[in-house]
Write a protein that binds this ligand. Structure first.
Ligand code: SF4
Length: 388
């Protein structure tokens, strides 16, 4: 195996390790270390890092975990991810995680946090509201209080007090992480054949379950490789995938979109790792405020956020334009209200803006996507063959 194959293989293993073994190993090296599972979409992992804890992204079991018990907790007309998260918990895949954060994204995740509480899974369970008010003195202040609440839980477990110096250092590490991930997307915008979207997915998702220092090393090595002229271009259109921010499509489906004739030049698959769009101020006397300001002023749009003054349809249109995409694919998890309710808003705007799109639904455990592949292939051909 050459260097890039080695790196990618390692990331693939981390990304789909349903037992979170790397995190478990990290915790075992020091008695004071704490592991905190967080559900999609976003959580400011910097604050955990600064107090000797590590955030562990919990994205469900995908197509690698058969659901038996999880179905008993939810009615049939609900998305799949909460069932597989419960299944993982009941089958003890997450026993070494000390606590759980459920970021406010939708009612399903809120209810999931309640089930975790009822079943007494973890030493703490917090449903974390993110501000829907984007005034720093209102939403920003509220967000800082929410972060302090999380820190209180960690202190109860390991006794570690937050310091400005430590948090600024953690912010620097995550700034670097975001910059390196963005570098990969920027290279792929021009040369998408250098790294497949399947590989990008493994690399970014791996970063949610391993220490940030280790992920940064992997990213640096990978960026150096893809800065070179590698791979062979193919005749494919460029697309942006939007709507798959919570329940993740199976890797087979992620791969199928590119196999059907599309280079995916942007997506919202592991949105949390790319949620903050700029560096966070790492020299502030009040780093919690710096994190909050970054969220208020520089966070990515999402269907879980109601930001009336910053319409998301135009933000997605801007991404498609900046990435020189030929079209947009709306991929929504079945029964995902936030994504499906937004879809017509996006589509109405795109009709007016002349942006081409298709839409389909998926479920994390569905491995039959022949119809989707044909749909994507037809979309790609129609753009290639009948472009103005
Ligand atoms: S997939 Fe959609 S509906 Fe389901 S938990 Fe996630 S955001 Fe909520």
């Amino acid at each position: 195996m050459n260097k890039i194959e080695n790196l990618l293989e390692k990331c693939k293993e981390y990304a789909f390790d349903l037992d979170f073994n790397r995190a478990k190993q990290w915790k075992s090296e020091d008695d004071s270390r704490v592991l905190v599972g967080y559900m999609p979409i976003y959580f400011p992992r910097e604050i955990l890092h600064a107090v000797g804890a590590m955030g562990v992204g919990v994205f469900g079991g995908g197509d690698r975990k058969q659901i038996i018990k999880g179905d008993a907790y939810y009615q049939s007309y609900i998305c799949h991810i909460p069932r597989s998260i419960i299944e993982l918990a009941l089958d003890k895949h997450m026993d070494h995680l000390d606590g759980f954060i459920f970021p406010s994204i939708c009612d399903v995740i809120r209810n999931l946090s309640g089930i975790f509480k009822q079943l007494k899974i973890g030493r703490f369970v917090k449903y974390m509201d993110f501000p829907q008010n984007f005034l720093p003195e209102v939403g920003g202040k509220f967000y800082q209080d929410e972060m302090k609440h999380v820190l209180k839980y960690i202190k109860e477990l390991n006794g570690v007090e937050l310091t400005t110096e430590n948090l600024n250092h953690s912010i620097e590490l995550y700034n670097k992480n975001r910059r390196l991930i963005e570098h990969i997307y920027n290279v792929r915008q021009e040369f998408p054949w250098r790294l497949s979207i399947e590989d990008v997915y493994h690399v970014v998702r791996a970063g949610t379950v391993i220490p940030v220092e280790e992920h940064n090393e992997i990213l640096e090595e990978l960026c150096a490789i893809i800065d070179e002229d590698i791979g062979t271009p193919m005749d494919k259109i460029k697309v942006v995938v939007s709507g798959a921010f919570c329940e993740q499509p199976s890797i087979g489906l992620i791969k199928a979109i590119e196999e059907a004739g599309c280079y995916v030049v942007d997506d919202d698959y592991v949105l949390g790792s790319r949620m903050i769009l700029t560096d966070i101020d790492s020299k502030s006397d009040n780093p919690l405020e710096a994190i909050s300001n970054a969220y208020i002023y520089h966070s990515q749009y999402s269907s879980s956020i109601y930001d009336v003054h910053n319409p998301k349809e135009y933000r997605l249109a801007k991404i498609a334009k900046q990435r020189s995409a030929d079209g947009v694919i709306f991929a929504s998890a079945s029964f995902c209200d936030p994504s499906l309710l937004d879809a017509p808003i996006f589509q109405n705007a795109f009709d007016k803006l002349g942006i081409r799109y298709i839409a389909f639904q998926y479920s994390e455990n569905i491995n039959q996507y022949k119809v989707i592949k044909e749909q994507v292939g037809t979309f790609s051909d129609s753009i290639k063959l009948w472009e103005d």
